[in-house]
Design a protein around this ligand. Sequence first.
Ligand code: ATP
Ligand code: MG
Length: 367
Amino acid sequence: MNRLWVRLSIGFTFTIILVTSIPLVFFFLFRLFGLMDFTPPEYIGVTIENVEAFQGFVEGFVFQQLIRSLITAAVAGIGTGILISRSIAQPLNTLEEGARAIGEQNLTYRVDLNKGSHEILAVARSFNQMADQLQQAEVQRQNLLADVAHELRTPLTVLQGNLRGILDDVFPLEKKEISRLFDQTRHLTHLVNDLHELAQAEAHRLPLNFVEVDVPKLLQQAAAGFRPLAEEKEIDMRVELLGKLPYINADLDRLQQSLNNLISNALRHTPAGGTITLQGESATPEHLTIRVIDNGQGILPEHLPSVFDRFYRPDASRQRYDDHGGTGLGLAIVRAIVESHEGTATVDSAGENQGTTFTLTFPVENS
Ligand code: ATP
Ligand code: MG
């Protein structure tokens, strides 16, 4: 009784019966108040004795016809009800099957609806879009798990191997050895902290303390902070301000963190004699742009679209943490921080040894 097609059929049938029974009601009312006059006209030659019989015949005939049309209407009502309601219920059943399949983690399932009302087709389209996004999110989740497992496995293997060696008296328990192992634990802590931070930023749950930020001052301070290291590597560190920069509304610590990530990348990938420029520009009245420009090793075009991805390694064979202690999450964190400020982070490079430019753009209207 609770099925849609049964309820709709009953509804249709009752409506049609109600409409077609109106003449029958009038028929009885007219008869009750004697308003029906079936007296035959004289010219058809019915004798006076037969008038009553004639009236009975006509009344019976009319009644019969009304009952017949009522039955026909009822049958037609049930038929139409079943047809119409089935055509509505069927796509809903298909959608319900789809929802159940997705609920059972069959994320490749798509509803196959190409005919039906505009609204039903729109629901089917949205349903399939939702399934696409869920499938994508699931692939990302699995990739992340695989990446995290891989990144954790390497330092853990080093730690385990070395500790085993010490236990088996293969390596002496010297300070140098312990210090190497301690570095591995530091790397693990760094990795776990970065992952936590990235997860928070991507879920827009990073606590942000918005203040008015003076960008020229921020760039000068960042340059001053990195200058000793840059000088040590014989790299020239400059600040360039194009036009008068407005204040932006942002979390100062997070902005410094993003800038530090970009500058330490630039320092790592720029050879001695190179230049790193921290540039601030008020490109449009609504946007403020911060660029970190280096003339170092550059990034090949095929790697550009992926450098902001977590754990992305342009050189797959390189052991990242042996090289510089990085986790490969720096740029992913930068992008997540910038996006949580409604900004964008992009990268440009003309290729190998052509330098790299990272551009962060922030809206000004918030300030
Ligand atoms: P972490 O930032 O965690 O210390 P990382 O620096 O390797 O590690 P990201 O900052 O995410 O990770 O950078 C990803 C990769 O992008 C780097 O490994 C590097 O190959 C490339 N890259 C980043 N900045 C530059 C740059 N200025 N010039 C050339 N390559 C760069
Ligand atoms: Mg980095």
